[in-house]
Design a protein around this ligand. Structure first.
Ligand code: BES
Ligand code: MN
Ligand code: ZN
Length: 491
């Protein structure tokens, strides 16, 4: 989707649809006043109580005959011009995109007026991100009822000149939006298409310029001593892959942020097999990996001066005659042994070896992203990702990034008190700690492999996809991660 900025007269603008901001207190935006002066459009509607009065509500207005714009969409963006918050802008932009989509409008002009405390770059980025992710539809494996082509061009228009910040914001929002869509798309793909090999190919296709990609096969993974990862891959006929993507946007002396994504392309539970209902949703068990690919896609476009390493541990978790059994003991790359009491707790097994592997990057921070536990969904529902960290400053940065990107996380404890739940009679630790505090004991397991650097873990089991009628991947937490990596005005 294309985004443009334009300055000039509003009343003579030629477009399929003009989007005009209104406020619930019925004060008129500058553009509304301009339209009024020429066409007496807005105040007439106001007098009839026809203006939308709730944030993100919109109303269509028919411009008078002879007007150069075919339609007008009035969008309520706040109660007053001072209440243009990030949240309001985002919900307004989502509503506008949806409305334009419903009428198959291909290009539109949004008359912006920014009087909020949110600066123009942020304002533009939110609109571009919401519009880009708003037009996403899944069609890869559908031949029927594929939705109609959507909005392809959105122009931000102002009577006064729009400075470079607007353009920068649009760029940033567009590419973050595309990163989110990449993550959603990979998540939505069925497990028979989106295999570890497929993920590896997608990563390799991204390589070029500042981004180097390497993929290790099972032989190389075994040679590194990744016994925990290999024990999960043992039951699957699809070969496992360990994918490393290195984005070098800054001098080598700048320590990288390392992202590690759980890439279980289908989680049957293994020998500890899952019950049937909703098992199809376990194709989403690679959404952590998808979010890493989404971030790398956005970095490749935005080319920020940062060093970021993206790692994906990809395998299926399947039952078979070769599969790992409950009670089996395996040795992780760190040397620590693990008694596998439940083969369905496979995420931590693949992650622990990746977390040991990434020590070699001497990272500034390591963040793993994983659809790790059903217990996290019980604890936090679908609104917040679970955040665990061994460094409070890192946790605070991620919480703030989630807040700013409207892709929120909530911090959970990682206290040593929980560690003893992982005691085993036959190995250094068990891979499960019982039902109570299940997301915490899973994080405690990972904490045993991350002692040598600053680390955070995002449990996205509740946030990475939606069930029910709108079943599909959300692209979270690409927004949070990009905000953390770029900061407020980067990109
Ligand atoms: N991929 C699942 C976690 C999951 C479950 C995410 C449901 C979203 C919805 C993970 O591999 C898993 O199966 N975890 C087990 C752990 C348990 C065996 C300790 C779980 O949460 O039930
Ligand atoms: Mn599982
Ligand atoms: Zn899983």
């Amino acid at each position: 989707m294309d985004f443009l900025v334009k300055t000039g007269q509003l009343d003579t603008l030629r477009t399929d649809c003009l989007v005009v901001q209104v406020y619930a207190d019925k004060s008129l935006s500058r553009s509304a006043q301009t339209l009024d002066e020429k066409y007496d459009l807005i105040s007439r509607l106001r007098d009839l109580n026809e203006l939308p009065t709730k944030v993100a509500n919109c109303t269509w207005a028919l411009p008078p005959a002879g007007a150069p714009f075919k339609r007008v969409l009035l969008i309520c963006v706040g109660t007053t011009s001072q209440t243009l918050t990030r949240q309001n802008i985002k919900s307004a932009a989502q509503a506008v995109t949806k409305a334009l989509k419903s009428k198959s409008i291909k290009n539109a002009v949004w008359s912006v007026e920014n009087s909020s405390e949110v600066d123009s770059q942020v304002f533009a980025a939110i609109i571009a991100e919401a519009a880009t992710s708003g037009v996403y539809t899944y069609s890869e494996t559908k031949t029927q009822n594929v939705s109609t082509p959507a909005l392809t061009k959105l122009t931000l228009h102002s009577i006064e000149k729009l400075d470079a910040a607007w353009r920068n914001g649009l760029q940033r929002g567009k590419y973050i939006g595309e990163g989110i869509n990449t993550a959603r798309h990979l998540g939505n793909l069925p497990g028979n298409i989106c295999t570890p090999t497929y993920l590896a190919k997608r990563a390799q296709a991204l390589a070029g310029g500042k981004l180097a990609v390497s993929v290790m096969d099972e032989k190389q993974i075994a040679k590194l001593g990744m016994g925990a990862f290999m024990s999960v891959a043992a039951g699957s006929d699809q070969p496992a892959k360990f994918i490393v993507m290195q984005y070098r946007g800054a001098a080598a002396s700048n320590a990288p942020v390392v992202l590690v994504g759980k890439g279980i392309t289908f989680d049957t539970g293994g020998i500890s097999i899952k019950p049937g209902p909703a098992m199809d949703e376990m194709k989403f068990d690679m959404c952590g990996a998808a979010s890493v690919l989404g971030v790398m896609t956005a970095l490749q476009q935005l080319q920020p001066r940062k060093n970021v390493v993206g790692v994906i541990v990809a395998t299926e978790n399947m039952p078979s005659g070769k599969a790992t059994k409950p009670g089996d003991v395996v040795t992780s790359m760190s040397g620590q042994t693990i008694e596998i009491l439940n083969t369905d707790a496979e995420g931590r097994l693949v992650l622990c070896d990746a977390l040991t592997y990434v020590e070699r990057f001497k990272p500034k921070a390591v963040i793993d992203i994983a659809t790790l536990t059903g217990a996290c969904v019980i604890a936090l529902g679908n609104h917040a990702s679970g955040l665990f960290a061994n460094d409070q400053a890192l946790a605070d940065e991620l919480l703030a990034a989630g807040q700013a990107a409207q892709d929120r996380a909530w911090q959970m404890p990682l206290w040593d008190d929980y560690q003893k739940a992982l005691d085993s009679n036959f190995a250094d630790m068990a891979n499960v700690g019982g039902r109570e505090g299940g997301s915490i004991t899973a994080a405690c397991f990972l904490a045993r492999y991350t002692k040598n650097y600053k680390w955070a873990h995002l449990d996205i089991a509740g946030t990475a996809w939606q069930g029910g009628g709108a079943k599909g991947a959300t692209g979270r937490p690409v927004g949070l991660l990009m905000q953390y990596l770029l900061g407020e005005n980067g990109g």
